[in-house]
Design a protein around this ligand. Structure first.
Ligand SMILES: [Zn+2]
Length: 244
């Protein structure tokens, strides 16, 4: 039904279009994935200013017409995450996070946990980039925790509590994307080894606050990355870019 609506949203991708317009791929609080055109937004005196850039969190007024593209009629900044933009590794982690949302959540259904998670993730990267925050997890660990929580919000959380094939709780030794979780020694065909530290990291990342991650070595984080990637490619048919 044509008409205007208000929603908060994060710019996932901003594409130059025509002479002076932009096409925005948005993840919104009220409507999930929305694509919109911002007419004249690349003109120097555009009323939108510089805020239609990736990773900006905006209060939006959108007009829905007959086409698949909404039209942006208003946009105010809720948070531009300014520190993030001056830190190469933080902005890169943020861009990869936005890309993961684009690939994993393509439906126009609202998903509040996913929206809130994206905003929280950007805020944490921004805090980390400010430099005065307490020593927290690095962008790679944070990016992997974000993906695990995003997988949960999208309905593709891996099984971590017991062997995904036989239900055995003891003797977990590896991870199988096809089985969709950790597997025991008897069921390890087609899986790859996963250490206790990587397993703990995944359990904590899915079950706890994203800012309170247990320490994990580089080799553990590599196992976590592979576990997430294999799970999503098998079950969501989505291949994510690497997290860092
Ligand atoms: Zn088993």
């Amino acid at each position: 039904m044509p008409g205007s609506f208000k929603t908060e949203g994060v710019v996932l991708r901003s594409i130059r279009f025509g002479e002076a317009d932009r096409i925005l791929h948005l993840y919104t609080a009220e409507r999930g994935r929305v694509n919109a055109i911002a007419k004249g937004s690349r003109r120097p005196k555009s009323r939108f200013g510089g805020r239609l850039e990736p990773c900006f969190r905006l209060d939006l007024m959108l007009h829905e017409g007959r086409s698949d593209l909404c039209t942006v009629t208003g946009a105010e900044t809720v948070d531009g995450y300014p520190n993030l933009r001056s830190d190469g590794s933080a902005i890169d982690a943020a861009a990869r996070g936005c890309d993961a949302v684009l690939r994993l959540l393509d439906s126009a259904e609202p998903n509040r946990p996913a929206y809130n998670l994206l905003c929280r993730y950007l805020a944490l990267l921004d805090e980390g980039a400010r430099g005065d925050a307490a020593e927290g997890p690095g962008p790679w660990a944070l990016g992997l925790a974000f993906r695990l929580k995003l997988a949960l919000a999208a309905g593709f959380s891996p099984e971590l509590g017991a062997c995904a094939r036989c239900g055995e709780r003891e003797g977990i030794v590896s991870f199988s994307g096809a089985a969709g979780g950790v597997v025991c020694g008897s069921c390890e065909a087609g899986s790859f080894p996963i250490g206790a530290e990587a397993h703990r990291f995944m359990v904590a990342a899915i079950g706890g606050p994203i800012a309170e991650l247990p320490a994990a070595s580089e080799s553990s984080l590599r196992q976590v990355e592979r576990a997430i990637g294999d799970t999503l490619s098998h079950h969501a048919h989505v291949n994510l870019r690497t997290a860092a």
